[in-house]
Design a protein around this ligand. Structure first.
Ligand code: PLP
Length: 357
C-alpha cells in the first residue's frame, strides 16, 4: 500500500540520500578528514565528569558560548553554536534562500552546499576550480552581479585543498551587494588563514567553523557561525531552541582549554603531510597543494584498482574518480604510523603510476 503524502516537489526530485559509510570502525580511516589521532585526553576527562543531573537537564548556552567565543577571539553575540558544521551551513538556507532563488558554489567542493540547496528547492550556479585546482575568482565576481542569495566558499576547499588569501576574499566581499558570503573554514586551524577578524568590516560576511577537524570532536557534532551581531540575528531566528547538546559543549570547552594539544596536532599533520607528499612524488603520483588535513592526488588510470585493493586491506581513502577523473583520490593525513602503513601497502601492491591498467 502506498501512502498519499503531501511530499514537497524539491524532496520528490532529490536523488535518494546515500548514507555516509558505515562499518569503518577498526579500519585505517583516511576517508573523512577526521583527527585520526583522537581528541585530547582533557576532553574525555571532562566528559567522564558529567553528572547524571547535568545529562537530565536541557542545556544552557550562555557561559559555554562566552568561553568558546574567546577561542575565536569574538564576543558571545558574534558566535552562534550549531549541531556540527553541517548545521552551520543548513541555517543559511532557512534564513536566506526561498525556493527558486539561487546560490553559488565552486565545484568540486564539500557536497553539503548542493545537498541543502536541493532540499530548499534552490537553483545552484556552480563554477569549477581550474585544472590545477585554482579558484575562478573572475567568474565568481561576475556571478555576484546577479545577486544570488548566498555564495559558499570552502577555504581551504575540500577536496582540492585550494587556499584563498584574505586579499582575494576581500575582493569577493567588496563585489557582493545583496549576497551572504559564507566562508567555510572547517580546516582553518591547519591553513592559518581566517576571515574572523573581518566580521566587523563586512556585514554580509559569515564564517562557518567546526570542532570536528583539528579539535577531534566529529562524533559530538559541534559547529559555529561567526558574524557581526546584527547579521547573525537573522540566523538565530531560524534556529531551534536547543540545537547543541550538553556533552558537545563540555567537550569543546575542554578542547579549547587545551589549545596546546590542538597546536601540537596541527604541527604533526603539517609534518606528516610534507613527508607523505614526498613519498607520493617518489611513486610518480601527482599531488595538489593542500592547506587542510588532507591531500588531493592523481594516481592515474591504475588508481581505481589500487583504491579497491587498499580497501580490501582495511585502508579507506576517498576515491574521487567519478567527478574528477580516473585515479583522483582525497587522502586524509593521519598519524605518521598510518601514513607509513599506507605507503608500504601501495608499494607492496606493486603500484606503478605509468604501467597500463
Ligand atoms: C569544508 C567542510 N565544511 C564543513 C564540514 C562539516 O563538518 P562537520 O559537520 O563534521 O562539522 C566538512 C566536513 O568534512 C568540510 O569538509
Amino acid at each position: 500500500m502506498t501512502a498519499q503524502l503531501p511530499v514537497r516537489k524539491a524532496i520528490l526530485e532529490r536523488r535518494t540520500y546515500e548514507a555516509p559509510a558505515e562499518g569503518r570502525e577498526g579500519k585505517v580511516r583516511l576517508d573523512f578528514n577526521e583527527n585520526t589521532a583522537g581528541c585530547s585526553a582533557a576532553v574525555t576527562r571532562a566528559l567522564r565528569e558529567m553528572s547524571q543531573k547535568q545529562l537530565a537537564m536541557y542545556p544552557e548556552y550562555e557561559q559555554s558560548t562566552a568561553r568558546l567565543a574567546r577561542y575565536f577571539d569574538v564576543s558571545r553575540e558574534e558566535l552562534l553554536l550549531t549541531n556540527g558544521g553541517d548545521d552551520a551551513l543548513r541555517v543559511f538556507f532557512d534564513a536566506f534562500v526561498d525556493p527558486g532563488s539561487s546560490i553559488i558554489i565552486c565545484e568540486p567542493t564539500f557536497p553539503m552546499y548542493r545537498y541543502y540547496a536541493e532540499i530548499a528547492g534552490a537553483r545552484v550556479e556552480a563554477l569549477r576550480y581550474g585544472s590545477e585546482m585554482e579558484f575562478p575568482l573572475g567568474g565568481i565576481l561576475g556571478e555576484l552581479e546577479k545577486e544570488p542569495r548566498v555564495l559558499f566558499i570552502a577555504n581551504p576547499n575540500n577536496p582540492t585543498g585550494t587556499l584563498l588569501q584574505v586579499d582575494a576574499l576581500e575582493k569577493v566581499l567588496r563585489a557582493a551587494r545583496r549576497t551572504a558570503i559564507v566562508i567555510d573554514e572547517a580546516y582553518a586551524e591547519f591553513s592559518g588563514v581566517t576571515m574572523v577578524p573581518d566580521i566587523g568590516k563586512y556585514p554580509h560576511l559569515f564564517v562557518a567553523r567546526t570542532f570536528s577537524k583539528a579539535a577531534g570532536l566529529a562524533a559530538l557534532r559541534l559547529g559555529a557561525v561567526i558574524a557581526c551581531t546584527e547579521s547573525l540575528s537573522y540566523l538565530r531566528r531560524a534556529m531551534p531552541p536547543f540545537p547543541v547538546n550538553r556533552a558537545a559543549l563540555v567537550a569543546a570547552e575542554a578542547a579549547v582549554r587545551d589549545r596546546a594539544a590542538i597546536r601540537r596536532h596541527v604541527r604533526d599533520i603539517r609534518r606528516v603531510a610534507k613527508w607523505f607528499t614526498e613519498q607520493l612524488h617518489c611513486l610518480g603520483v601527482k599531488t595538489f597543494a593542500s592547506a587542510g588535513n588532507f591531500l588531493l592526488a592523481n594516481f592515474g588510470p591504475n588508481g581505481p584498482q589500487l583504491f579497491q585493493q587498499l580497501e580490501r586491506e582495511g585502508i579507506l581513502l576517498r576515491d574521487r574518480s567519478k567527478d574528477l577523473g580516473a585515479g583522483f583520490v582525497r587522502i586524509t593525513i593521519g598519524t605518521q604510523a598510518e601514513m607509513t602503513l599506507l605507503v608500504k601497502k601501495i608499494r607492496q601492491l606493486g603500484f606503478s603510476a605509468n604501467r597500463r591498467p
